[in-house]
Write a protein that binds this ligand. Sequence first.
Ligand SMILES: CC(C)(COP(=O)(O)OP(=O)(O)OC[C@H]1O[C@@H](n2cnc3c(N)ncnc32)[C@H](O)[C@@H]1OP(=O)(O)O)[C@@H](O)C(=O)NCCC(=O)NCCS
Length: 187
Amino acid sequence: MGAGGVKVRDLHWDDFEPLANSYLALYDERDAEGTIGISLFDERPKPSGEVAWFSDLYRRVLEREVIVAVAEVDGRAVGACTIAPAGGSAPPSETSHVGVLGILVERTHRGRGCGRALMERALAEARGRFERVRLGVFSTNPRARQLYERFGFRSTGRWVGEIRRGERRIDLEWMTLELPPGDGPKR
Ligand SMILES: CC(C)(COP(=O)(O)OP(=O)(O)OC[C@H]1O[C@@H](n2cnc3c(N)ncnc32)[C@H](O)[C@@H]1OP(=O)(O)O)[C@@H](O)C(=O)NCCC(=O)NCCS
């Protein structure tokens, strides 16, 4: 058990409901504040879409294609960090050595170390499986950016005005962490 009663573990099938709900709650957050750093669909997805997303994620974890670390507090999933190969589920390719990182912690559990604990676990698993991890961070999300810098991510470019949120245009900054081959456990 880590700081703040956070336990980080593998993905379980039962995590569907809490993880889908924390994702769907981002649609309310976007309307209220607009600062969250994940690009969303124009319309809130239907529950059936979330079932399809989760089943696919679970399958890909079982096939060791995707890394998922889950943060649990009081027996319930409150956040997750995923690292998936660039290029999606397509056959191995010239970009398969690159992992794309995504992270989300439920609003009421932010600022208590879940994000940091999730990154530690997911990046430890990524060593030996990916040679590079990259992510895109919104210019409106300094909290997330600071977290990534602490783990050694460095800025590799910025797409100005890439995100259209309501009347605003937000820059998307690319950040990359190199994980040299031979640095960590093997596949
Ligand atoms: C970004 C996110 C995952 C961070 O998770 P978290 O659990 O809040 O992060 P932690 O509590 O582990 O804090 C990590 C770092 O964030 C920063 N941070 C945390 N709380 C903060 C606050 N209230 N104000 C400013 N910075 C804060 C600090 O740098 C902290 O480092 P520290 O441990 O040395 O203080 C979370 O805020 C989130 O899910 N946001 C919405 C989704 C999103 O934007 N995802 C990012 C996609 S790129």
